[in-house]
Design a protein around this ligand. Structure first.
Ligand SMILES: Cc1ncc(COP(=O)(O)O)c(C=O)c1O
Length: 391
């Protein structure tokens, strides 16, 4: 079956964050949202059908995860990432941000230091701060047009910290961390008694020829000092269902963390999360492959567009997922003015770079390419139109 990712679906009026939050935030209705990290594609038919079938039974009482659910999760993780997890090493998690919060509360004390590398997904910055921990930020460097870890800086900061929260692959720029990089992180974290939280929510969206390497698979050290989070939510555009899983191989760590999760009562999940995840993982390969092919052409479109129409914009193109990092600093326009121009003149909503790590990321913005190509080009043309007039 050939899926149609060109279809324009009007999501307005569904209380979807990406489209429906902006009129309240900006006080205008004519903005094109290229921000929140979900896609404007139809959620797959096999997921929607499974949800509809479950709705045919009219009782929605407390529900358990089924063997079919776990088998589909385990088969996906084994086949795609070589994570040979046993069922008892996995736990349902409603959402990954919540999962990281649970891990922080379980494994650290107020005042403990928590390491992140910026720019990074904003909740990684907020969770330690809001839970009374101390945030320690290492800064990624740009090497050959992609983000890279500065290991001297990383180790000096890891020495002070209890936990490292890693986006693997990396949001905001879709950087795929290779096995060597992950092994080095493992070695440094082991030497300094740092537990690694590997958030792999974007893993399934790794764009060939890049390949996702799950942190826990790079060796025994990584396997035993980590908690890995995975989810079908970004992959199959079902983020509104809150359906993630957590993998912990180390028995001690697992006892602590899963005990805490059970005490919190999160295993009960919700019926539609279980139903959708099972259907997605059991039937999703073909849909995913076609969707990734489509995303790759969107990445190429962005690249070509910027080269020809906006060569001043420096871009970090995604190796995974649908998020690209744009640096407008060569225009010489102050950050606030740039942000205002994008909203009020181009009428396009991008994510403000400063949300990913503060003023170091002024003049940078994250764009979401998970939409029909026509919509992407429409947004890019609007942006380019505004900047041409300033030259
Ligand atoms: C790296 C990363 N982690 C977690 C999330 C959100 O996960 P959840 O909706 O399961 O809390 C996102 C969403 O953009 C993300 O990019």
């Amino acid at each position: 079956m050939e899926y149609n990712f060109d279809e324009i679906i009007d999501r307005r009026g569904t209380h979807c964050f990406k489209w429906d939050a902006i009129s309240e935030m900006y006080g205008r209705d004519d903005l094109l949202p290229m921000w929140v990290a979900d896609m404007d594609f139809r959620s797959p038919d096999f997921v929607m059908d499974a949800i509809r079938r479950r709705c045919d039974h009219d009782v929605l009482g407390y529900t358990m995860t089924s063997d079919e659910y776990w088998n589909s999760v385990i088969a996906w993780l084994t086949k795609r990432y070589n994570i040979n997890a046993a069922k008892e090493e996995l736990h349902f998690i409603p959402g990954i941000v919540a999962g990281i919060a649970y891990a922080l509360l379980c494994l650290t004390q107020p005042g403990d230091r928590v390491l992140v590398t910026t720019p990074v997904y904003p909740p990684f910055l907020n969770l330690p701060k809001e839970s009374g921990r101390m945030l320690v930020s290492g800064r990624l460097k740009i090497e050959n047009g992609r983000f890279a870890i500065d290991f001297d800086d990383f180790e000096s900061k890891a020495k002070q910290c209890k936990l490292f929260i890693m986006s693997n692959p990396h949001n905001p720029a879709g950087t795929v961390w290779g096995a060597e990089v992950l092994a080095k992180i493992a070695e440094i974290c082991e030497r300094n008694n740092v537990i690694v939280i590997s958030d792999e929510i974007h893993a399934d969206l790794t764009l060939p020829p890049y390949r996702h390497v799950s942190y826990s698979t790079v060796g025994d050290v990584a396997k035993h000092n980590s908690i890995t989070f995975m989810a079908p939510s970004k992959t199959f555009n079902i983020a509104g269902l809150g359906s993630s899983v957590c993998y912990v191989a180390d028995p001690e760590l697992r006892k602590r963390f899963f005990g805490w999760l059970d005490a919190l009562g999160v295993a009960g999940g919700n019926i539609f999360a279980f139903t959708a995840a099972e259907a997605a993982f059991a039937n999703g390969e073909e849909w995913l492959q076609q969707m990734l092919d489509y995303l790759k052409t969107n990445v190429q479109t962005l690249d070509e567009f910027l080269r020809f129409r906006m060569p001043q914009v420096k871009v970090v193109l995604p190796e995974a997922s649908y998020l690209a990092w744009l640096d407008f600093s060569d225009y010489g326009i102050p950050h606030k003015e740039l942000a205002d121009k994008l909203i009020n003149e181009a009428r396009v909503v991008l994510n403000d770079g400063t949300a990913f790590g503060g003023s170091d990321y002024e003049c940078c913005f994250r764009i979401n390419l998970g939409c029909p190509k026509s919509m992407l080009l429409y947004a890019l043309n609007r942006i380019a139109g505004v900047f041409q007039t300033t030259k």
